[in-house]
Design a protein around this ligand. Structure first.
Ligand code: GDP
Length: 174
């Protein structure tokens, strides 16, 4: 089955994006990697695809030990699952320059060779005139080319939802 991996820093709206896309109630929980606060959660969508909810990162009030645990967990996920990831979905906040951790995630997705969709969430928080410059900053920071997919999105208002679904279906050859 196709596997869509969702990543993003804490509070970027990853849960909201996932909810907007499928709704938690439509996700069948299939399990987690061992761990407590940080874990990789696997869901089945409609028995047709796996949605992998990768643990959020970059939360300031997290201990060094917890950060190291996160890094180890992600490394093993990418080591073991790289071949099975169909599409990486990196969620960033459209209002902010992507962080160092976002860049690390972006690199990990790149290294798997799978297509990546960068979702610029919280679009509703910007005025229309602010959108293009904001997208440009994301593009430059992540060094995206014209071929890369950067999708303005609002989990709150639902903007971009149909596009994201279409892109996910496309990347898995549907
Ligand atoms: P997570 O930690 O990445 O899973 O983030 P959450 O989904 O819990 O969202 C964090 C906060 O951002 C919550 O208060 C959400 O209501 C808010 N949020 C998420 N997406 C959007 C969005 O598109 N627009 C706005 N205005 N707020 C959002």
């Amino acid at each position: 089955l196709p596997q869509f991996a969702f990543a993003g820093r804490s509070n970027v709206g990853k849960s909201s994006v996932i909810n907007r896309l499928v709704g938690r109630k439509n996700l069948a929980y299939v399990g987690a990697s061992p761990g407590k606060t940080t874990q990789v959660n696997y869901f089945l969508i409609d028995r047709r695809a796996y949605l992998v909810d990768l643990p959020g990162y970059g939360y300031a009030r997290v201990s060094q030990a917890e950060k190291e645990r996160w890094a180890k967990l992600m490394e093993s996920y990418f080591q073991e699952e790289a071949d099975r990831i169909t599409t990486g979905v990196l969620i960033v906040d459209i209002r902010h320059k992507p962080t160092a951790n976002d860049l690390v995630m972006h690199d990990w997705f790149r290294q798997t060779g799978c297509p990546e969709i960068v979702v610029a969430n919280k679009l509703d928080k910007l005025k229309k005139s602010q959108v293009e410059p904001a997208l440009q900053l994301v593009r430059e920071t992540l060094e995206l080319t014209e071929a890369d997919i950067l999708l303005p999105f609002s989990a709150e208002k639902g903007m971009g939802k149909e596009d994201l679904i279409r892109l996910l279906v496309q990347t898995c050859g549907g």
